[in-house]
Write a protein that binds this ligand. Structure first.
Ligand code: DGY
Length: 320
């Protein structure tokens, strides 16, 4: 008898075929979102699960799933999973680090350029038939080249964002809990500064820290007050790291000239005031969503699940 596993959302067919070689799979290729009660009912008799960042895995769910041995998230972020509760329940939890770094860095740059140069706003203008011809001061934006880029969180993704800045001849500053080694700083052309200095000097501030209680509202009203007047905020990390209500005020008050956002507090119901602002670019949490990268994420999660339930040693184990 093959172990029973649940895949909570639609995945790629070949990844599903791979899982079926090892498991009795309950899939959700119809991609119907599951509320907590449905997830609990479907997972009650399963040994493993492939989850996404919208599935909450907490102590209550685990207490209803006595056979569960592994939960493999199709995401590098894992704030939807209570790791301590998993460990107490003897459930292995895994994520998908590494495979999405370049796509996420690429997309960060899409947000930087489209926000600074008002691409989305001007596209809407043309589509609405409002363009009456060229004039000198039309859609004046901010230059990205030669500007100062501030990177908050200098892990795998933050460093890739920095390397991409080399082509724009930018000054690159970063802040992180840990200063990078000299070789990394040199290859990224980036200098370590305090958080306050990062806020004060960045023309464009981009955030690349994971969400955890310690990073909740890491960038809030106080930090936005310290930002350089007229700066741009880019956020493709995790909702909750930025205080979205404070961001709305900073944008309305003109403290910040624009924001490019891929993640929000309380996704998918974002702060409605953001929708009314023309100087923000809003995308639906798709920074990692190139076809190749989303496939790689799903395959890595599947490989974690197979390894967890066959060897007990998944490559990306999160439990301490
Ligand atoms: C992740 O992997 O955590 C991303 O946010 C998913 O897009």
């Amino acid at each position: 008898m093959k172990p029973k596993v649940l895949v909570t959302r639609e995945i790629f067919d070949d990844v599903l075929d791979y899982l079926r070689q090892h498991f009795d799979v309950t899939d959700n290729q119809a991609d119907t979102p599951m509320d907590a009660a449905t997830l609990e009912a479907k997972l009650a008799d399963k040994t493993g699960a492939m989850t996404t960042l919208v599935d909450r895995v907490d102590a209550q769910l685990l207490s209803r799933c006595p056979n569960l041995k592994a939960v493999c998230n199709i995401a590098v972020g894992f704030n939807n999973i209570d790791i301590e509760a998993c460990t107490r329940a003897g459930v292995m939890a895994t994520n998908t680090p590494g495979v999405l770094d370049d796509s996420t860095a690429d997309f960060t740059w899409a947000l930087i350029l489209s926000t600074a140069r008002r691409v989305v706003e001007s596209d809407a203008h043309v589509r609405a038939g409002e363009w009456k011809g060229w004039y000198l001061k039309q859609f004046l934006g901010a230059d990205v080249h030669h500007a100062t880029l501030g990177i908050l969180g200098f892990g795998r993704i933050g460093r890739r964002v920095a390397r991409r800045a080399i082509g724009f001849d930018m000054t690159v500053l970063y802040h992180d809990g840990q200063k990078a080694d000299a070789d990394t700083e040199r290859s990224c052309n980036a200098s370590f500064v305090s958080l306050d200095e990062l806020l004060a000097r960045s023309d464009i501030l981009t955030i690349h820290v994971p969400y955890a209680p310690s990073t909740h509202h890491l960038v809030g009203a106080r930090e936005m007050d310290k930002m350089k007047p007229g700066a741009i905020l880019i956020h493709a990390a995790r909702g909750g790291v930025v205080d979205d209500a404070a961001l709305v005020e900073a944008l309305k008050g003109g403290r910040l000239v624009g924001a490019g956002l891929d993640v929000y507090e309380n996704e998918p119901s974002l702060n409605p005031a953001l929708l009314a602002l023309k100087n923000v670019v809003l995308t639906p949490h798709i920074a990692s969503s190139s076809e190749a990268t989303r496939h790689a994420m799903a395959m890595l999660a599947a490989q974690n699940l197979v390894a967890a339930l066959t060897t007990g040693k998944p490559p990306n184990l999160l439990n301490p």
